[in-house]
Design a protein around this ligand. Structure first.
Ligand code: 7PJ
Length: 270
């Protein structure tokens, strides 16, 4: 496995697991005041997560959660760019599927593109190749609005593995170095709780490249524990430990400080 991840001007050592802190820019109002508040809150949150020990900050302006309302490209840009411009001293990843948002985000200082569409949009792969940023290639089945309606696989591990390997090959052929690529099975993206747990058990078989895992607060934890999203910290930390044991390299989480402790305990135990 690559010993480092190159993300623009950042070089992240992969000897130990990395933590990616999640920041959503989702103004609750479409007035300028609401947008400003959303932007301010996101900047404050990003700074706090960095202080808590996040190696990367993932900024998202379009919710790809199951059933989320669509956000226009212009609105996504208005949410994400002002945040990026104020935190570009940090290693920031942008959670987007749109090439124009990728392009503008990279100009505004982003170091990584986190694409739940795995660079399948026309032009995406070429622009990431040119930029020198890192990229996360994620598997998903279906579209966010409908992907959780009875997803089916003959062999979920094989299907996710094949897709990720194909997207890695496409990225490599486009000129993206292996040291700039991480992959992600896309927990919850067209997957039942059982699919997610099967993928977690077989995590290290999915790719030889570093694997990013996003399980923090997800509905699989609601299924298992019966708890609403605001009460899933303990479940998320248990998942983080399982992911580490299964070979995860990057943990994408909302609770950075607590996840740092999980990593410390895991490392001490080895
Ligand atoms: C993921 C993501 C994930 C990657 C979201 C949520 C839903 N990007 N963006 N992996 N999940 N790479 O955080 O609950 O699992 S949005």
């Amino acid at each position: 496995m690559a010993r480092k991840l190159i993300a623009g001007r950042f070089e992240l050592a992969l000897e130990r697991p990395l933590v990616m802190g999640v920041v959503n820019v989702t103004p609750d109002s479409f007035s300028d005041g609401g947008r400003f508040l959303g932007v301010q809150e996101a900047i404050t949150q990003a700074r706090r997560l960095a202080e808590d020990g996040a190696d990367l900050i993932d900024i998202g302006g379009e919710s790809t959660r199951p059933g989320a309302a669509p956000v226009s490209e212009d609105e996504e840009l208005r949410r994400v760019i002002p945040v990026l411009e104020r935190i570009s001293d940090l290693c920031v990843s942008v959670d987007t599927r749109r090439p124009r948002v990728m392009q503008e985000a990279l100009k505004a200082g982003a170091s990584m593109i986190n694409d739940v569409d795995a660079l399948t949009a026309p032009g995406a792969i070429e622009l990431v190749a040119k930029a020198g940023c890192a990229v996360c290639l994620m598997h998903k089945k279906g579209e966010p609005a409908t992907m959780q309606r009875d997803p089916h696989y003959d062999d979920v591990v094989l299907e996710v593995k094949r897709f990720l390997n194909q997207r890695v090959e496409a990225a490599r052929n486009a000129g993206i170095a292996a040291e700039r690529i991480v992959v992600d099975p896309g927990f919850g993206f067209g997957k039942t709780a059982q699919h997610n747990l099967t993928l977690l058990r077989h995590l290290s078989e999915l790719s030889a490249l570093p694997i990013l895992v996003g399980l923090s607060r997800k509905s699989t934890l609601g299924k298992i524990t019966g708890r609403p999203v605001g009460e899933r910290l303990a479940g998320s930390l248990a998942m983080a430990l399982l992911a580490l044991q299964a070979g995860a390299t990057i943990l994408r989480v909302h609770d950075v400080k607590e996840t740092r402790d999980v990593i410390a305990v895991w490392e001490a135990s080895r």
